[in-house]
Design a protein around this ligand. Sequence first.
Ligand SMILES: Cc1cc2nc3c(=O)[nH]c(=O)nc-3n(C[C@H](O)[C@H](O)[C@H](O)COP(=O)(O)O)c2cc1C
Length: 226
Amino acid sequence: MEVLTIMERGKFQLFKIILGVLSCALLMAMSASADVTLPKPTTNGGEGIFDLIQRRASGARDNFPKGAISDEELSTILWAATGINRGRSDKAWTIPTAGGLPPYVEVYAVKNDGVYLYDWKAHALTTVSDKNALGDITNDSFVKESPVVLILVSDTANLGAMGRLNEGNALAYIATGAMSQNIYLAADTLGISTRYMVSMNTDGVKRELKLTSDGTPLCVLPLGKR
Ligand SMILES: Cc1cc2nc3c(=O)[nH]c(=O)nc-3n(C[C@H](O)[C@H](O)[C@H](O)COP(=O)(O)O)c2cc1C
């Protein structure tokens, strides 16, 4: 009887080890696409929301700041744009979405060392290319000189059945408004300027971001530390 109990315990331990290995493999597979880790974002504090709204402004075209953006600052701005909030990874983001769908507008970050796609699930970046694409995405010299340019892209494939109701990409534009306002306010409290811009080199953006026919670039937001 005692021997049987020991064998049973052994089997249970083996089962736990197999389960652990499988869980690790599953987690690795889930995060395989995101290959650049981001530091933890700042998710509290900052200036008062009314102070930030009171002085909300776009960075000036003729005097746009060019200061470097740290990884911590980029992490915080990306989280503000479309990260997970309320401690829930299933249905809670920093912006409202139609029908509670996962965010359907994607955020790309173009830097001089490459092009990256923000993975809100992993709060990490996926490398699209290691090329400096800043010269190909815009004709505006102050954007080309920005240390980071965010590009918001509507991907109708993310809208599922909702895509059929989405004449004129209205749902994506609404999300873009909420996301860019969060980006303005979060950036400002970090001493960073941005500017919502529809002017871009659309062909260059599609090429450098490797967009499929489902992807429509909606705006670019250069970032620069004041
Ligand atoms: C839908 C939209 C499109 C815009 N497109 C551009 C653009 O292509 N180029 C640009 O320099 N600014 C662009 N802007 C920024 C506006 O010119 C700017 O917000 C406006 O001049 C008001 O300035 P403020 O944001 O400081 O209040 C755009 C803003 C919005 C809302």
